[in-house]
Ligand binder design. Sequence first.
Ligand SMILES: [Cu+2]
Length: 164
Amino acid sequence: MNKQTVLIGLLLSGLFASHAAAGTKAGAIDIEQPNARAMVPGAKVGGGYLTVTNNGSTDDKLVGVSSDRAKSAEIHQMSVNNGIMTMRAVSGGLAIPAGQTIELKPGGYHIMFMDVAQPFKQGETVKATLTFEKAGPVEVDFTVGGAGAAMSGTQSQMDMSKPQ
Ligand SMILES: [Cu+2]
């Protein structure tokens, strides 16, 4: 092996390593682009986003989320009612039907990390465990990106009422 081959090998392994880190698989469930928003100092809640694909032939459900960084985490749905943005917890888990891709993104479904002691900082990784009804627990690394306007403007309007 000459020097050039070694260098190319290193570059390729680097590419594959970063690609592997971007997506997580658990059984039929495929998780892509887990990312979170940077939080302003003093903020207690942070949003997490990702894309979930169910490649199987049985419906699954995202039933829970937990992280060492947050006292609790909920699956929320953001919607606009009479011009006011509200967020509420999704009751009974978020359905991930067979063969479908569900996007958790700003303005829609998202993971809400609650009671975060150390606000998420841009560039860091937040580890969390997503629990699916069928696929079971899945470790996911959320990459923290820049702070988003969407969350900060709506925090005061958050509707934290629990569905019955
Ligand atoms: Cu929320």
